[in-house]
Design a protein around this ligand. Structure first.
Ligand SMILES: O=C([O-])CC(=O)C(=O)O
Ligand SMILES: [Mg+2]
Length: 387
């Protein structure tokens, strides 16, 4: 049993949207296939992965460093002998050979993307959904019903508050009961009007979260906190720079409501610093670490261990990224839910065909692996890379 190839192709996921920091006009993702020599149902098992939006495709790093380290490793050294499978932690260690600590940068995206494909293959080799495999290995009860919220509310040319309201109405019509919009990309009074427009639209049917994408300095973050606390928001996300833990800590004095951050932290060490120094409150705040950007599930398990040490429940995690991998982790390991982008980043984001959002939840079907085979537009592009 061995990994015989690791393939990567960088694909566009461009759209005309903009948050407070970047536009997505040239956004890309790396699509990866990990090809094994294991045969199931008459065909070789192939695991697939991709990185989530916000960071660009990582073809250079994957091809120059990580692919070769996996393919050159002694296949025996990557095996999970106890289970007659591939061991994701050993593949991870092979990828990270000769990598110094720190400087996580985009290396964590490259490794996270390959790691997703490895877990997909491992669960397919066991012939079960990844969420069931994870629950079994961690002695937990799986819960395939997962909370999801609709992320959108971007800025884009010509978008007025009527269009913003219509967008949010569309999410409610599709079964969501928490929606998210961007702030910080317009003057504060204009953002206030945008928020009031959305709150008027959603009424008591849903809650609203807002996301500043790390745009604010301390003064602006506080000014927004004072404005936002007039409203019963679901959360105030990523006010300041992701590594500015002192800003995050100071903000809790000005914002008693829930806050969320972590999508731009890429390792368990960064996550630990956030919990040590960021003043995050385990009774109300949310952690958004996204395994596809942060060294994958092998590393995310270390991050969950850090949470445990600091007295945080995994149910305070609602990862960034809107991909099925985090849905699997949520269903298998008891996270609080997952992000979803109903209208963006297709075909990568979203759910298997036929999965409907009801009262803000989806139920994951019993598909082997991560379940990409259940999403016809996605598996089509995946099979073009490796059938
Ligand atoms: O706009 C982005 O970069 C995505 C983002 O922050 C989110 O989904 O929370
Ligand atoms: Mg965000």
């Amino acid at each position: 049993m061995r990994i015989v190839d690791v393939r990567e192709i960088t694909q566009p996921i461009a759209s005309p949207i903009r948050n407070a920091y970047i536009d997505f006009s040239r956004m890309t993702t790396s699509l990866v296939a990990v090809v094994t020599d294991v045969v199931r149902d008459g065909r070789p098992v192939v695991g697939y992965g991709f990185n989530s939006n916000g960071r660009y495709g990582q073809g250079g790093l994957i091809r120059e460093r990580f692919r070769g380290r996996i393919l050159e490793a002694d296949p025996q050294s990557l095996r999970d002998d106890a289970r007659d499978n591939i061991d994701p932690a050993k593949v991870w260690a092979a990828m990270m050979a000769n990598e110094k600590p720190g400087g996580h940068g985009e290396r964590s995206v490259a490794v996270g993307t390959v790691d997703m494909a490895v877990w997909d293959a491992v669960a397919k080799i066991e012939g079960k959904p990844l969420f069931r495999l994870l629950a079994e290995r961690h002695g937990r009860e799986a819960n395939p019903r997962v909370f999801v919220y609709a992320a959108g509310g971007y800025y884009y040319p010509g978008k007025d508050n009527a269009a913003l309201r219509a967008e949010m109405r569309g999410y409610l019509d599709r079964g969501y009961n928490v929606v998210k919009m961007k702030v910080g990309g317009a003057p504060i009074e204009e953002d206030r009007r945008r928020i009031e427009a959305v709150l008027a639209e959603i009424g008591a049917q849903a809650r609203l979260a807002v996301d500043a994408n790390g745009r604010f300095d301390l003064e602006t973050a506080i000014a927004y906190a004072r404005m936002l606390r007039d409203y019963p928001l679901f959360w105030y996300e990523e006010a300041g720079d992701p590594l500015d833990y002192a800003l995050q800590a100071a903000l809790s004095e000005f914002y008693p409501g829930p806050m969320a951050t972590g999508e731009n932290l890429f390792s368990h060490q960064d996550a630990r610093n956030l919990l040590r120094y960021g003043g995050m409150r385990p009774d109300r705040d949310w952690l958004q670490f996204d395994c596809a950007l942060s060294y994958g599930l092998v590393e995310y398990l270390r991050t969950l261990e850090v949470l445990h040490q600091f007295g945080w429940s995994p149910s305070r995690c609602i990862p960034h990224g809107g991909h099925q991998m985090s849905l699997m982790i949520a269903a298998g390991l008891g996270l609080g839910g997952n992000e979803s982008y109903p209208d963006l980043f297709q075909p990568y984001g979203g759910f298997p065909d036929g999965v409907r959002v009801e009262e803000g939840h989806v139920v994951m079907p019993e598909l082997p692996g991560i379940g990409f085979e259940g999403k016809s537009d996605l598996i089509r592009v995946m099979r073009e890379l490796a059938p």
